[in-house]
Design a protein around this ligand. Structure first.
Ligand code: HEC
Length: 248
């Protein structure tokens, strides 16, 4: 390095922007440029060596990187080029010249056959003018479903509705909106499909539990258990349910 405090390229034949060596402070580099007025010594202004070639990239290095990138972009494996059809393109292979084949008759996307509606949506009727919330269970409820419903109810619903359904679950005791008791007439008189739909889609302040209870039969089992809870608090209610809602 020549004279630490001399001004850089003033006497040099190179263009003014080009540093004489990597050690030479680069012009315009505020970190390493010595004070122009010469009052501050160069080491005080922090030398180039301390920071390396910080903030600068030589044009040669840039060019080298660009070349490398270009070369790398040119690489391609044979597997990338395979015979294929673009969507909706023509094909002489089939008689109708279509590469996209029509679905086989009766094809159903997996998990998309949501039929019968009463099982999946809790609604009865097959046409828009006669659909209504289901008033009966889509299947005969047995002890197995009730047990399953009890298990799921205590896991999923009791936190808010409590285990008997009075709406005093732990979450509610700590400040969540209090649900109405299942044993109140306005709730009790709802058809079973309504309960199914409340679980599936949520209801007012209650979130949907469709993801927590993905199986629709499980949801119906919970509904059956809610009915059992209601019956447990009122025997006459039980009698009124059995012939009204059971089976199809
Ligand atoms: C996070 C708390 C929470 C959970 C969990 C929860 N509920 Fe609710 N539920 C509520 C609240 C709050 C209401 C009152 C909603 C309103 O009226 O705005 C409610 C209302 C209801 C109603 C009454 C709907 C009506 O017609 O007024 C039923 C039935 C019900 N829930 C069933 C269930 C079942 C079954 C489960 C479990 C699968 C469940 N809930 C899980 C909070 C919850």
């Amino acid at each position: 390095m020549s004279g630490a405090s001399t001004s850089h390229s003033s006497a040099s034949p190179e263009p003014s922007w080009f540093p004489n060596s990597v050690w030479e402070p680069a012009p315009g580099n505020s970190v390493s440029r010595p004070a122009r007025d010469g009052k501050r010594s160069f080491p005080e202004a922090r030398s180039q060596t301390e920071f390396g070639n910080e903030g600068r990239c030589s044009p040669w290095r840039l060019a080298a990187w660009a070349l490398l990138l270009l070369a790398a972009a040119g690489c391609r494996q044979q597997m990338a080029k395979q015979p294929r059809y673009n969507s909706m393109s023509e094909s002489p292979f089939w008689g109708d010249n279509r590469s996209a084949r029509p679905l086989e008759a009766g094809t159903v996307a997996r998990g998309h056959l949501r039929n019968p509606a009463v099982l999946f949506e809790g609604i009865e009727g097959t046409r828009w003018w006669n659909t209504r919330v289901a008033t009966r269970f889509p299947f005969q409820v047995t002890e197995t479903e009730l047990k399953r419903g009890q298990e799921l109810f205590n896991i999923r619903c009791a936190v808010c509705h409590d285990r008997v359904g009075h709406g005093q679950g732990k979450v509610v005791q700590r400040g969540y909106v209090q649900p109405p008791s299942y044993h109140l007439e306005p709730v009790r008189s709802q058809p079973v499909g309504h309960y199914f739909r409340v679980i599936t889609h949520g209801w007012g302040a209650m979130p949907s539990l469709a993801e927590e209870v993905p199986d629709v039969v499980d949801r119906w089992s919970i509904v059956a258990y809610v009915r059992a809870l209601q019956a447990s608090q009122d025997e006459s209610f039980l009698k009124s349910l059995v012939d009204k809602e059971q089976g199809r």
